[in-house]
Ligand binder design. Structure first.
Ligand code: PLP
Length: 465
């Protein structure tokens, strides 16, 4: 890839249309495209190797070229992306990106994702997706086994936790004639915002149980309180959170499962972030009780080290789940088989086989190293907590949970937090964003990146203190 200036100067390698527009030219690689492909691969490897060098993001200078009738050539468009588009994005895979819930794909996942785009696989059905769907199924099975789900389990991959939660709730409402009666979704106080969005989209009421503790956990006692006023026949499902976004807290899944069993209610577990705890024997007990859920989700683009965008959606009974989600049309009947297709298990039809990068990564490195990666992040969070406790300028707002810390800088106002956060990012120190907890502006640090070192933690906390 040359720079955009070089390529817009009329270089033949640009592949621009010179005479009559020829549609076929867009689909046949030219020598300029071959050159661009080579440079993209080199850039990709350099980016993956140099993840420590991608902070701070570059300021977006000048405007991007206008989309015009002639085009600038694939080579120039790729150069623009590399030089002036990609570097302006805040990189969530930097080892000191501790805001929101970061993500950091493995090398195998990133490269498999590039290859997946070129392979142009339709992942909606077994008929078309071939072994790509089989590969995705193998990863779903790995997750289902980790959760203790039976042989009837199955699932698919969707774009993110939000669509995964929505799909799971639509499946829980069911496809039968009684589905319309179910119009209440029960959640804990730390439920993710996608629950309110799902309830809104489904035309349901969201009932939030009182917080059982300072972390906002859901347990049997507070769930029973919430259920006392509800008709169980009207409940779509109870949703428990495994790894709350703001605090990292895990709801008491076993207690919640007991209450659901007692009232005949479905249980969905939102493990978009904390579902990664399934992978390590050290953290697996946080999820005790998940084996009794009807469905759960976990986002591989968070702590399973795959690429954006990817959420795994796993059902206890894949056939039952498909009842409310399968689209039927005369032209789709040809895809029907014994098992539900991936398109029958979520709100989608055409889909990218986005579980393939995770499959390639797990196959490449084996599962043991995933457990080690989770343990590493838990250790980093514990180390950071110990450094916070040792600093007179800093305080832990809550007991740390999993890999999230909520931290107070003594004496700071909301403006101070915002100013430090922006400045620390501009100086390339860290990406840490303020949040609110119990009405107070505080900072939240989330560790998911195995490249984060103790020195990184020291640097960030020294800057903050
Ligand atoms: C607990 C939880 N659930 C759901 C989501 C939504 O996931 P996504 O952003 O992939 O839609 C998140 C995102 O951070 C989350 O933390």
């Amino acid at each position: 890839m040359g720079s955009d200036k070089q390529m817009t100067a009329g270089d033949d390698r640009s592949g621009r249309n010179r005479g009559e527009p020829d549609p076929a030219a867009m689909f046949t690689p030219s020598s300029a495209d071959a050159h661009a492909a080579h440079e993209v691969t080199e850039w990709a490897l350099a980016r993956l190797a140099g993840r420590r060098d991608v902070l701070p993001p570059k300021a977006a200078a000048g405007s991007l070229p206008a989309i015009d009738p002639e085009g600038i050539g694939a080579d120039a468009a790729l150069a623009l992306f590399r030089d002036r588009v990609a570097p302006t994005a805040i990189p969530p895979d930097h080892p000191r990106f501790l805001a929101f819930i970061p993500g950091a794909p493995t090398v195998a996942a990133a490269l498999a994702d590039m290859a997946l785009s070129v392979a142009m696989i339709y992942g909606g059905s077994y008929l078309e997706g071939g072994r790509a769907v089989e590969a995705e199924d193998a990863v779903v099975r790995w997750l289902a086994d980790a959760a203790g789900f039976p042989a009837t389990a199955g699932g698919t991959f969707v774009s993110g936790g939000s669509i995964a939660n929505l799909s799971a709730l639509v499946a829980a409402r069911g496809g039968g004639p009684e589905a319309h009666r179910r119009r209440v979704i029960v959640v804990g106080a730390s439920a993710h915002s996608s629950m309110a969005a799902a309830a809104h989209i489904m035309g349901c009421e969201l009932v939030t149980a009182p917080a059982a503790d300072a972390h906002g956990r859901l347990d049997r006692r507070v769930l029973e309180e919430a259920l006392a006023t509800l008709d169980p026949d009207e409940v779509v499902a109870v949703v428990a959170t495994a790894g709350a976004t703001n605090t990292g807290a895990f709801d008491d899944l076993a207690g919640v499962a007991d209450a659901c069993a007692a009232h005949g209610l479905r249980l969905h577990v939102d493990g978009a972030y904390g579902g990664a705890a399934l992978l390590s024997p050290r953290t697996r007990p946080l999820l005790d009780g998940i084996e009794r859920a009807d469905s759960f989700i976990v986002d591989p683009h968070k702590m399973l080290y795959s690429t954006f965008d990817c959420a795994a959606l796993v059902y206890r009974d894949r056939v039952a789940a498909s009842c409310a989600l399968t689209q039927t049309a005369d032209y789709l009947a040809v895809c029907d088989g014994e098992d539900p297709n991936p398109s029958d298990l979520a709100i989608h039809l055409t889909r990218r086989a986005r579980g393939v990068p995770l499959w390639a990564s797990v196959l490449a490195y084996g599962t043991d190293v995933y457990a080690a990666a989770v343990d590493h992040c838990v250790d980093r969070a514990a180390y950071a907590a110990s450094r916070v406790e040792a600093s007179p300028a800093l305080e832990l707002v809550l007991e740390p949970s999993f890999t999230v810390l909520v931290v107070r800088r003594v004496g700071w106002t909301a403006d101070d937090y915002a100013a430090w956060s922006a400045d620390a990012m501009a100086r390339g120190v860290t990406v840490v964003m303020p949040t609110r907890h119990a009405g107070e502006t505080v900072l939240r640090l989330c560790f998911v990146n195995p490249l984060t070192t103790r020195e990184d933690v020291d640097l960030v906390l020294a800057d903050l203190a």
